[in-house]
Ligand binder design. Structure first.
Ligand code: HEM
Length: 465
């Protein structure tokens, strides 16, 4: 009797597995990886996690219109449609904007960002957006930023770099930029400068805590929700780190202001740090580009002495430098992937079916590296790409150059970012030459902001003006 029950159960189990495998194959017309029984496509992701952005790019390039489906382990909701097709981006970010939202699962994953503009949808988002818009688009805000950055460059950045070059020591430029942008954002939001950028390189617990939060959010994308919720309940693994970091970060914020501003910190600090770090890496490894940037600075402003500070209006004239920044954020987008969820069923221009509730992942990293979009030299660092025959800046539609998002949710800090990056780049490049330490290989980190895992180790030398 027991024997026949066991056999029936085993048969039922076997048939269930066959049915499930068959059903998943039928539903998933454009798989990105091999779909293993029970574990789905997760093993391939975990195996290649160390190199995830390049790996996904390579796989997407082989798929129809750079779009494919990812199925997570059985009985989880971890199913994504991944795309890097600009026409799909235009469809979801602009044409059918109302059908693609951040959604409640996004808010769960990004809970550390509270209910701010980055996670909000519909009316809450509209309200937040108009609030931020009214601040960022004021001329006074631009000038306020200009003053803060000029002060920071003159009083902290230049003295620190002078000190480093006198000592002939190696410095982590990414750490320098992190401290610079952290001081800057605290000055803007909190009205006080924590002075993290100083020759003592003080330990800043709050800053590290924020990096930790971003790393944990990245892992939540690569883990089934039930799994990370369970980890959170038991307070183990990444989730334990997340809670600790969150407490530390909150202590700092509450000690300084009453309302939380995590979202602005992500916008204003990490993205700029990322853009500056990759930009300097690319410039340091492309001497011809460096020479052209210096030439442009010289042509516009003559020889620049250490104390000379360029303002908003001056840096706007630097077209070649603008092209170099566009190239840096095209090849290394500070936010390497984005996520949306469909409200209703839809069909994408690429022909892929979207069911209500489908989660879409946009690989911004892959989008900057597609030959169909950027041509055969898509992997080259080529600021000339952004300069028109008449010497102006080439305009590329945001659904193609997606690093600052597209449609109604386009980044509100885009113009401000170019100004900040240019001011810092001119101050450094006109005073110092940068050499990446021999053998230092920049490895992208695993986080929601694309930084270098081991920083950017460089030596600096004073320029003979
Ligand atoms: C190189 C620098 C930057 C890059 C590449 C960048 C990129 C982006 C991207 C991709 C988004 C969409 C994020 C998402 O929806 O998940 C975004 C949104 C946003 N960014 Fe930036 N950002 C940069 C700098 C800044 C700065 C300096 C600020 C302001 C101080 C800022 C303010 C915002 C705001 C407020 C949003 C939300 C817009 C909305 O949802 O309506 N960003 N940014």
């Amino acid at each position: 009797m027991l024997g026949s029950t066991t056999i029936s159960c085993a048969l039922f189990f076997f048939l269930f597995i066959i049915f499930k495998i068959h059903h998943r194959r039928k539903c998933c017309k454009y798989p990105i990886f091999r779909d293993y029984p029970f574990l789905g496509m997760l093993p391939t992701i975990l195996w290649n996690l160390w190199n995830i952005h390049d790996f996904i790019t390579k796989e997407l390039k082989k798929r129809h219109r750079g779009t494919a489906e990812f199925l997570g382990p059985w009985f989880t909701n971890m199913n994504y449609l991944i795309t890097s097709d600009p026409i799909n981006v235009h469809h979801m970010m602009s044409k059918c904007f109302d059908n693609y939202v951040k959604g409640s699962e996004f808010r769960d994953i990004f809970e550390a960002f509270g209910d701010g503009i980055f996670v909000a949808d519909s009316e809450t988002w509209k309200y937040n957006r108009s609030l931020f818009h009214s601040v960022f688009k004021q001329r006074g805000f631009e000038l306020f930023q200009e003053k803060i950055i000029q002060n920071k460059v003159e009083r902290s950045l230049i003295p620190l770099l002078d000190h480093v070059q006198e000592q002939e020591s190696v410095v982590d430029l990414q750490d320098v930029f992190n401290r610079f942008t952290f001081d800057n954002i605290c000055s803007v939001i909190l009205g006080c400068d924590p002075n993290c950028l100083s020759i003592e390189f003080p330990d800043v617990a709050c800053e590290k805590a924020f990096d930790q939060i971003e790393e944990c959010i990245f892992y939540r994308h690569a883990t089934p929700k039930t799994f990370w919720m369970f980890q959170k309940l038991l307070q183990v693994g990444q989730e334990k780190k997340m809670t600790k970091a969150y407490k530390e970060f909150d202590q700092f914020i509450y000690a300084n202001i009453e309302s939380k501003r995590e979202e602005l910190k992500r916008a204003g600090r990490d993205t700029i740090t990322s853009a500056l770090t990759w930009l300097f890496y690319l410039i340091a490894t492309h001497p011809l580009v460096e020479a052209k940037i210096l030439e442009e600075i010289k042509e516009n402003f003559g020889a620049i002495d250490i104390g000379k500070k360029l303002g908003v209006n001056e840096v706007k004239k630097l077209v070649y430098l603008h092209g170099a920044i566009c190239e840096a954020v095209r090849l290394y987008p500070p936010i390497p992937f984005e996520r949306k969820q469909a409200i209703k069923d839809d069909i994408l221009p690429s022909g892929h079916l979207v069911n209500s509730g489908t989660i879409i992942l946009f690989s911004l990293y892959s989008m900057g590296r597609f030959e169909e979009t950027w041509g055969k030299d898509c992997l080259d660092f080529k600021p000339e790409r952004w300069i028109s025959e008449r010497g102006g800046i080439v305009y590329e539609p945001s659904y193609k150059f997606f690093s600052f998002n597209a449609g109604p949710r386009t980044c509100l800090g885009k113009d401000l970012s170019f100004i900040q990056i240019k001011m810092v780049a001119v101050a450094i490049l006109s005073n110092y030459s940068i050499q990446v330490v021999n053998g230092h290989i920049p490895i992208p980190n695993l986080s929601i902001v694309l930084l270098m895992k081991n920083g950017l180790k460089v030596r600096i030398r004073k320029r003979e003006n």
